[in-house]
Ligand binder design. Sequence first.
Ligand code: UDP
Length: 393
Amino acid sequence: MSSRAEQKRAAPLRFAVVGAGFSGAVVARELAEAGHQVEVFESRDHVAGNCHTRRHESGVMVHVYGPHIFHTQHERVWDYVRRFGTFKPYRHRVRAMVGEKAYQMPMNLGLINAFFGTNFTPQEAEAFVAGRADASITDPKSFEEQGLRLVGRELYEAFFAGYTRKQWGVDPKELPASILARLPLRFTEDDSYFNHPYQGIPEHGYTPIVEAMLDHPGITVRLSTRMPRARLAEFDHAFWSGPIDAYFNFEHGRLAYRTLDFEPEVVDGDYQGCPVVNYCDADVPFTRITEHKHFAPWERHDKSVIYREYSRLCGETDTPYYPVRLVQEKAQLVEYVRLARDQHGVTFLGRLGTYRYLDMDVTIHEALRVADVAKESVSAGRPIPAFVTDPLG
Ligand code: UDP
């Protein structure tokens, strides 16, 4: 006969999950599969957060909140997402406009030779770029220092400085070096945008994947429903993947985000022959043009949907996309993390819940960890922690 405490531990719990993006969907699924009851609250009228996809009347699958390409080094994540739908093989390719000329992006042998009008071998190109790089910068702190150290002034100014100023709205001297570390530098003709071993795009878009995750008898999804913080106390525990500052009613001010505006256009045929073209010049007002049908090269469409993408500071009623995380925001974040750690019964996760620039795969990886820790905590009779990954780390 088991003790009462053990019976209580084994009994199904009632969990609230706020946000039906990948973070919320993964946690909900994992806990439902462990036998618990989960209610998911989503303020928008659709699931999948900013990964949401929708078929346009032209038949083209549109990434409603901008380009999302699935790439990961985590086998666990790759296996996990493919349980919920088919991912088609996809290699992301980007071009970058500087002046009137299009270059391969990320920086590779083709870009270097086209930009400098040379015909370098890989070794020559590497030696050439090393000669232009600023070797006096040994420990790059800012985006600018990282760029100058990596590729030198000419390439930095042409491809990174203007784009980055438009994207982030500040001087790249103020941005962390980590943002540039997202992009590879190669001395081969490889023009694949990502290095990860597993890459793909869901055959029918991301939304059906998230819907399939949430399709479980233990999960109830409430769309167009804001969950007031006070009501979370009705549950045994809550998982909050909304903005961390919103949870605390912005008592330490609003954490800054960049938001995006899209200017859609429907055109005949093929507009740019590639999914994304970056516009690196500072005097072009948009950052990039996305041509959605190229995210599904296995489909054929006569029409094409393009989005011109503009970045600006996120207002109170806008959709947050990119956490800014400069000095002021980091100080605010410290305050919010302190409040969160003093809470009981709430775990914060995801891009908005931990205020970090996370890719989809990292979000899923962390959400699986959150679910693991939650299950371990429940079976050990311990409280579930406020964070599983340190947002300040
Ligand atoms: N970036 C740039 N020029 C480019 C592409 C990227 O300067 O042509 C910089 C820019 O600061 C951007 C960062 O690299 O924010 C990361 O780029 P990524 O393509 O990963 O951004 P995302 O697709 O997440 O917006």
